[in-house]
Design a protein around this ligand. Structure first.
Ligand code: SAM
Length: 428
């Protein structure tokens, strides 16, 4: 296997080309250069036809990096916002997006109506009235755009604008309201943000396209030459593909979303403004019901029933989980149970994934350990044990610092999590 330099893993010589990565600041995004070195070296070990799968695709950085190497890609995620972002980042746009943007900008500049088109519980807590008015003006113009993929692009831009202009403190992914004084002081124009972010993102998208063209990866009718499948899906329910894969590159959540990274809460406000039918009609989740809905449906979000039977079964698969659990007193057990819930869901997901993997395939997992009640959850060891239980053995492990990844700043979770491991398995 081509060697992977520890310097690259730790962000040295960071490839600062963006590949449309910053179109939206999705939490815990993978760093392209780290992914690139893994993908490149594993592809060199595989036969000519390589198909990569990421069942926790997030902002699809693994998909985009893989596309640059001319292979088939499949990604799914439970979060509708991740699906929308990924659809846009993996789509090959025509030049008419630039022209269309000029028209759209003009229409947005000219809109003046004070009508507010969206209403949901606590909207006035999360958005100032003038912000609601401008967001509604932008939204109405987007709805009139006829090209679905252009609309998708504008929805992603609107999502990032909403992230920057609502009353939530952006320093954490959990929803925390700003102080009243702070809210009143902020003068924001969603329209200005929209124009700026859209312009920058169009450049990023076309720079990526230029690279794909240079590598002869685009067909004459403007499609990627290989398969790109991006879907909404709950990976612990099933992986929504009939195809099989010989490369997995993924980074799963490191615990239940409620206590680690609240991907769902992060997405709740933007998703209020975007029609579900423009994302994926197959979405089978009432994600706007409550702020916590997506997080509760994500890995480890729900309590497992018949706890003791399941727990015993899991402990026999993973002695590291058992040891962790035994470090808790009866009173503290609730916290340890959340970890068990998570590992239980992860274990089912691994079964679903292995079902889609061909023989002689590689599986690269980026995972970090965390601390609960001052006790370390050894996610790396747990994952190795769960995989070994299914007959898949570890080939190699690599360490990297977590610094370059976007994690919540003021959150115990990131303070406790400084190292990540990249575990590479081979399925015989
Ligand atoms: C660490 S992120 C992935 C980062 C991504 N690889 C990237 O490059 O940006 C983990 C993702 O797992 C997703 N997730 C959590 N539970 C899931 C489930 N049951 N099925 C599918 N995706 C899930 C979250 O929504 C989140 O987007």
């Amino acid at each position: 296997m081509e060697s992977i330099s520890p310097d690259i893993l730790n962000g040295k010589d960071f490839d600062n080309r963006d590949y449309a990565r910053k179109i939206i600041n999705y939490p815990a995004m993978m760093v392209p250069c780290v992914q690139e070195s893994i993908i490149k070296s594993l592809i060199s070990e595989l036969p000519e036809k390589v198909s990569m799968i990421d069942p926790f695709m997030g902002a699809s950085n693994t998909l985009v990096t893989s596309m640059r190497y001319g292979i088939n890609v499949f990604g799914q995620d439970i979060n509708p916002l991740s699906v929308l972002v990924s659809q846009v980042k993996t789509h090959i746009y025509d030049d008419d997006l630039r022209e269309g943007f000029k028209n759209i900008s003009e229409k947005i500049r000219r809109s003046w109506s004070n009508k507010i088109d969206i209403s949901f519980k606590n909207i006035d807590k999360w958005f100032k009235k003038d912000v609601q008015i401008e967001l509604s003006q932008i939204r109405r113009v987007i709805l009139k755009e006829e090209n679905l993929f252009h609309r998708k692009f504008y929805w992603v831009i609107l999502a990032e604008v909403i992230r920057l202009t609502n009353n939530d403190r952006t320093s954490t992914f959990k929803m925390h309201i700003r102080t009243q004084e702070d809210i009143e002081k902020r003068k924001l124009s969603p329209k200005d943000f929209f124009f700026r972010i859209a312009e920058r993102s169009i450049e990023d998208i076309f720079n990526l396209k230029k690279e794909l063209e240079k590598k002869d990866l685009i067909t004459s009718d403007n499609n990627f030459k290989h398969d790109v499948d991006v879907l909404w899906g709950d990976s612990k329910e099933r992986i929504r593909t009939e195809k099989s894969y010989n490369l997995l590159v993924t980074s799963p959540p490191y615990g239940d979303n409620h206590t680690t990274v609240t991907y769902g809460q992060f997405s709740y406000l933007p998703l209020q403004w975007i029609p579900k039918s423009d994302i994926d009609n197959d979405i089978n989740l009432n994600y706007l019901d409550v702020i916590q809905e997506i997080d509760s449906q994500s890995l480890g979000g729900k309590n497992i029933s018949e706890y003791s039977v399941i727990e015993e079964n899991l402990f026999s698969k993973s002695k590291s989980l058992k040891q962790f659990f035994e470090g808790f007193t009866y009173e503290e057990e609730q916290k340890a149970k959340k970890v068990t819930n998570f590992v239980f869901d992860l274990d089912i997901t691994i079964e679903n994934i292995l079902d889609k993997m061909q023989s002689n395939s590689f599986l690269a997992w980026t995972i970090g350990n965390r601390t609960v009640n001052n006790k370390e959850v050894k996610n790396d060891k747990i994952l190795i044990e769960l995989m070994e239980d299914k007959g898949v053995s570890l080939l190699t492990d690599l360490n990297r610092d977590i610094l370059a990844k976007r994690m919540p700043e003021k959150n115990n979770f990131s303070e406790l999590m400084r190292k990540e491991k990249i575990l590479i398995f081979k399925k015989k």
